[in-house]
Write a protein that binds this ligand. Structure first.
Ligand code: PEP
Ligand code: MN
Length: 338
């Protein structure tokens, strides 16, 4: 449930409500907006049955929250959340572009890609050092060595960095070298990993699972947030359907639905969702038009020889053209980038 306080409620009234919730062994989550203060209750609310909170001073109303996710729920936190990563902010007003190779291959390759994506307006460098590949015989990533190259590229260019993590060991390594960690689609319901990501204190990009519903995705975010980490960004990357013309089916309606259900920022990955460089520009523009807070795009210096996901990677030229073409879309939706 949430307790909505009257506009201008006194601090002492707010504290009295919080104290009564905590006295029952529940936790209170405070969201203070410009006008309204909301107190969310987390835990077994049946314990509050003897407490009539509606008679407390300055309480306006009590609203039940039936969804199983609370901290990621917009009812708990009506204002949109802004997640800071390095010098960038992911949230309203900005279009954050994360770009880079699927996999970090060599230091030279990463540096060259970092400089090029920066010149075209990306503010976050992506690069996989731990690659959860469909086949165990495919390139699995450079692991810690790849993370070190990400750090070097960040120092050289000033770009913030993001890297996927697949285990507790990978999280421990990533916190030393990069600015944001990514939980990939295949791990969206790896609940132990989600909790560890929450405990890491790092901003987390949470990709939607291949077959996950929106509610399952928000519950996955809840696992991270319930460890005390509010810095979660959602990423729609396509879901499995019967359609085989594209690698996955990009569910852009997820952006609109998430806006209604959650305060968390949401970005779109047109690369993994379509699986083809040809479809990336149109889906990227559509994502901006429907209100995404950012994009994750795979870019490679030589897609034909990429060790992973070459067919969906943009060349530098294609990426530069795309970012130019995105500008009018950003103007229409009131976002800036670069
Ligand atoms: C990736 O971003 O490199 C990746 C593997 O993405 P996903 O988890 O969406 O497949
Ligand atoms: Mn990839």
């Amino acid at each position: 449930m949430i307790i909505v306080m009257k506009p201008g409620a006194a601090q002492s009234s707010i504290q009295a409500v919080i104290d009564s919730i905590e006295a029952k062994g529940l936790s209170a989550h405070l969201s203070k907006g410009e006008e309204v203060t909301i107190i969310g209750v987390i835990g077994d609310k049946s314990r509050l049955s003897t407490e009539n909170l509606s008679v407390y001073k300055d309480v306006e109303r009590i609203v039940p929250v039936t969804e199983s996710y609370k901290l990621s729920n917009k009812k708990f936190h009506p204002e949109p959340t802004i997640v800071k990563v390095g010098n960038t902010q992911i949230g309203p007003g900005n279009l954050t572009i994360m770009a880079g190779p699927c996999a970090v291959e060599t230091e030279e390759q990463l540096m060259c890609i970092a400089q090029n994506v920066k010149a075209s307006g990306a503010t976050i460098l992506r690069g996989g050092a731990y690659k959860p590949r469909t086949s165990p015989y495919s390139f699995q990533g450079l692991e810690e060595e790849g993370l070190r190259y990400m750090q070097t590229a960040s120092k050289e260019t000033g770009l913030a960095t993001i890297c996927e993590v697949v285990s507790q060991d990978a999280i421990e390594a990533a916190v030393k070298y990069v600015d944001m960690i990514q939980i990939g689609a295949r791990n969206m319901q790896n609940f132990i990993l989600l909790r560890e990501a929450g405990r890491s204190g790092m901003p987390v990009l949470l990709k939607r699972g291949l077959c996950a519903t929106i509610d399952e995705w928000l519950n996955a975010a809840e696992y991270i947030m319930s460890e005390g980490n509010p810095d979660v960004v959602l990423c729609e990357r396509g879901i499995r359907t019967y359609e085989t013309a594209t690698r996955n089916t990009l569910d852009l309606s997820a952006v609109a639905v998430m806006r209604e259900k959650s305060h968390l920022p949401i970005i779109v990955d047109p690369s993994h969702s379509t699986g083809s460089y040809k479809y990336v520009p149109s889906m990227a523009k559509a994502a901006v038009a429907c209100g995404a807070d950012g994009l994750m795009i795979e870019v490679h210096n030589d897609p034909a020889h990429a060790l992973s996901d070459g067919p969906q990677s943009l060349t530098f030229q294609h990426f530069e053209e795309l970012t130019r073409e995105l500008k009018p879309f950003c103007d229409i939706v009131g976002r800036s980038f670069q």
